[in-house]
Ligand binder design. Structure first.
Ligand SMILES: *Cc1c(COP(=O)(O)O)cnc(C)c1O
Length: 371
C-alpha cells in the first residue's frame, strides 16, 4: 500500500464510531511472509507426525457426520484429557479451554477485568497482553523489570502493592526474553495480591521447553483459588493451526469463565482434532528434545560470535547487542531467514527450528555481522 492509501484507510476507520480506547491502535501482526526459513512466531517447525495426521483426519471425518448438531458445550472429554496430561491431581473441574490461549486470556479479562479494572504485567512481555486489555476496556499497567529484564519476588510484590491490580499477568518462560520466572515470584505476587482479591495468571505457553530445573506453577495451584496457569497446543504440540489453548485453576474460576464464553465456542472439529492429538502426546512431543538441543546450540554459537543471548527456557532465543537491530533483521530476511524484531532496541528474537533451519540462521547471521 502507498502512504496515501494507508492514510485514506486510517481516515475511513477513524470515521466509524470506534471505541475511544481502540482509536489509533494497530492489530497484532507478526509478518506472514513467503520466506524459506520462517523463524519468527515460535511455532514448532517440525511437521505433525504422519500417524497423528491420520488420527486427526479420522476423528475430524467422524465428527463431520454430526455437524448438524451443536458440539458438547462443556467439551468434557477434552477437559478430562487435558487434566490427565497436566497431572498434579487435576480433574476436568480444574480445566478450561478455548480457541487458542489468547482466547482463554481474553475470557479471563472479560470475567475479571473490564471498565474500571486494572491488569498489571511486566514488559518486555507478550505483546498481546495490552491488546487484550484494551479490547476488554481494562486498564493496562506496565510494571518494571531490572535493566537485565529480571524480576525479583520483592520487586514484583512491591509493584502489586503499589498498583492494586484486579489481575496480574506473569509470562513464564517469558516471551520475548525466553527466561522462566522463579516460582518465588509467583508466590510473592499471589501473596501481595491477596488484599486486592487479585487474579494471578501464569502464562506457560512454552513450559514444555523448560530447562530441567525449572518448575511449573501448577505445583502452586493447591490452596490458591485465584491462581490460573495457561497453556497451549500451539507451541510444543506443533498444533498452532488447530487453535487450542487451555488453563488449569480452581473450579470456581472455571465457573466464572462459563459466564463469558460464547455458547459452543469450541467446535466439534476442534474438539475432535484436539482429542485425537491428545491420544498421541508422546509422538507429538517427540521433537521437543531436538528443539531444545537446537536452542542450546543457538545460545552457544551466538556467544561465540560475541553476542549476548538470554537464558532460554523456551523454543526461542532473545539476543543482542546490535547498534541497529532492525538492519540485522533486514539482512537476515534478504538471505531468506525471517526472525522477529520485537521492538526492543538492540535486540532480536529467533525461533529454534530444525537443525537445517538453525544452520541457515547461523550462517546468515555470521554473514550479516561480517558484512
Ligand atoms: C504463542 C503464545 C501464546 C499462544 O497463543 P495461542 O493463542 O494459544 O496460539 C500464548 N502466550 C504466549 C506468551 C505466547 O508466546
Amino acid at each position: 500500500m502507498t502512504n496515501q492509501q494507508e492514510q485514506a484507510k486510517t481516515a475511513a476507520l477513524e470515521a466509524l464510531p470506534l471505541r475511544d480506547n481502540l482509536r489509533g491502535q494497530s492489530p497484532y501482526g507478526a509478518p506472514q511472509l513467503e520466506v524459506t526459513h520462517l523463524l519468527n512466531t515460535n511455532e514448532n517447525t517440525h511437521p505433525v507426525p504422519q500417524r497423528v495426521v491420520d488420527a486427526i483426519g479420522q476423528a475430524v471425518h467422524a465428527a463431520a457426520s454430526s455437524l448438524n448438531r451443536y458440539p458438547d458445550r462443556e467439551f468434557t472429554e477434552l477437559r478430562q484429557r487435558l487434566a490427565s496430561y497436566l497431572g498434579h491431581d487435576l480433574t476436568e473441574n480444574n480445566v478450561w479451554a478455548a480457541n487458542g490461549s489468547n482466547e482463554v486470556l481474553q475470557q479471563v479479562l472479560q470475567a475479571f477485568g473490564g471498565p474500571g479494572r486494572k491488569v498489571l504485567s511486566f514488559p518486555p512481555t507478550y505483546s498481546m497482553y495490552p491488546l487484550l486489555a484494551s479490547a476488554t476496556n481494562t486498564e493496562y499497567i506496565s510494571g518494571v523489570r531490572a535493566d537485565d529484564f529480571t524480576l525479583t519476588p520483592e520487586e514484583a510484590a512491591r509493584q502489586v502493592q503499589a498498583t492494586a491490580p484486579d489481575i496480574v499477568f506473569l509470562c513464564s518462560p517469558n516471551n520475548p526474553t525466553g527466561t522462566a520466572l522463579s516460582l518465588d515470584v509467583v508466590e510473592a505476587v499471589y501473596q501481595a495480591g491477596k488484599q486486592f482479591n487479585s487474579i494471578v495468571i501464569v502464562d506457560e505457553a512454552y513450559e514444555e521447553f523448560s530447562l530441567s530445573d525449572t518448575k511449573s506453577a501448577l505445583t502452586l495451584l493447591a490452596g490458591r483459588e485465584r491462581l490460573i496457569i495457561s497453556r497451549t497446543m500451539s507451541k510444543a504440540f506443533a498444533l498452532a493451526g488447530a487453535r487450542l489453548g487451555y488453563l488449569a485453576t480452581s473450579p470456581q474460576v472455571t465457573d466464572a469463565l462459563r459466564l463469558v464464553r460464547l455458547p459452543y465456542h469450541l467446535s466439534s472439529i476442534t474438539q475432535a482434532a484436539a482429542n485425537a492429538a491428545l491420544e498421541h502426546v508422546d509422538e507429538l512431543l517427540a521433537t521437543v528434545d531436538e528443539i531444545k538441543a537446537q536452542r542450546d546450540r543457538i545460545v552457544l554459537e551466538l556467544e561465540e560470535m560475541g553476542l549476548q543471548p538470554a537464558v532460554s527456557d523456551s523454543n526461542f532465543v532473545f539476543f543482542g547487542w546490535f547498534e541497529n537491530a532492525h538492519a540485522v533483521w533486514q539482512g537476515l530476511l534478504d538471505r531468506g531467514v525471517l526472525i522477529r524484531d520485537v521492538g526492543i532496541p538492540h535486540h532480536l528474537r529467533v525461533t529454534a527450528g530444525t537443525a537445517e533451519e538453525t544452520t541457515a540462521f547461523l550462517v546468515a547471521l555470521r554473514e550479516v555481522i561480517s558484512a
